[in-house]
Design a protein around this ligand. Structure first.
Ligand code: HEC
Ligand code: HEC
Length: 220
């Protein structure tokens, strides 16, 4: 074939080739192979009693793992570390010894296979805002569902233990910002910055940062 014609053809084909390889996963959200997903599905049986067979979660017992924007937010490392180390002070026990590293990775692949949204680029810019303001906002808005000290279910509430070190040591500011600004899809955790008829919805980006600064200052 004529060289020039070949080049023209290739250039015309490039967008189609790029689209075929397009993925919804962020670099730190690599999906597993079909085998890993299947093995993870088998292993997930031990998780389903609390998190629901397909990760739908059970209010006040275990959080939703198939929430669309939450899955698009969390990295594989966040999932693997949480599963391996658990969340001290909650019913989420460490699974590293019980399952072994390979099985933990398979379970991560299975959870990742539920992802439907494109990975969200998180705002990991330095925190602004101040601890005092954040403490007041947390007390007035968040404590009702997460506990006065952020203990979560242990305090008899429906939200998870976002005041504990077990959560704060793995959750980045960008992840927490995404959840508070936009809510956690398909859960009672609504957006606190966007229009809603039923909840306080006018927190500024600085307010959200103040709450995170408060959580980090009081982590226990
Ligand atoms: C006895 C109940 C129980 C079992 C069994 C259980 N979990 Fe959990 N899991 C929890 C609770 C409770 C939390 C939330 C803890 C907190 O307050 O931070 C949690 C949190 C998590 C989180 C973090 C979710 C988030 O929103 O950040 C992941 C991921 C997770 N579990 C995965 C698993 C996997 C995978 C298994 C099986 C290997 C499993 N869990 C087994 C109760 C359970
Ligand atoms: C109406 C009750 C309610 C209020 C008020 C509330 N939350 Fe939540 N929040 C929840 C529930 C329930 C979940 C867990 C959803 C689930 O089961 O997966 C959650 C989840 C979260 C998560 C995500 C944790 C994860 O990884 O799953 C963050 C972060 C969070 N809340 C922060 C806050 C902050 C900060 C405030 C105050 C501005 C707040 N929440 C107010 C109910 C609430």
């Amino acid at each position: 074939m004529h060289r020039a014609l070949l080049t023209v053809l290739l250039i015309a084909l490039l967008p189609a080739l790029a689209a075929a390889g397009k993925t919804i996963y962020r670099a730190d959200q690599a999906p597993g192979t079909a085998e890993q997903v299947e093995a993870g599905k088998q292993a997930f049986v031990v998780c389903g009693g609390c998190h629901g067979a397909a990760g739908a979660g059970v209010q006040g017992l275990a959080p939703r793992l198939n929430s669309p924007n939450w899955l698009a937010t969390v990295s594989n490392a966040y999932l693997a570390t949480t599963i391996r180390e658990g969340r001290s002070g909650s019913n989420m026990v460490p699974w590293d010894r019980g399952l072994g590293e390979e099985t933990v990775d398979n379970v991560v692949s299975y959870i990742r296979s539920w992802q439907t949204l494109e990975g969200i680029k998180l705002d990991e810019s330095p925190l602004t805002g101040d601890v005092q303001t954040g403490a007041a906002l947390f007390r007035d808005i968040c404590a009702a569902c997460h506990g006065v000290r952020g203990a979560g279910y242990a305090a008899g509430v429906d939200g998870i233990g976002i005041g504990r070190r077990g959560y704060l040591s793995v959750a980045t500011n960008g992840m927490i910002r995404e959840m508070v600004r936009n809510g956690k899809d398909k859960t009672p955790m609504e957006s606190f910055t966007k229009g809603s008829a039923v909840i306080i919805d006018d927190l500024t980006a600085a307010d959200v940062d103040s709450i995170i600064a408060h959580l980090r200052a009081q982590a226990w």
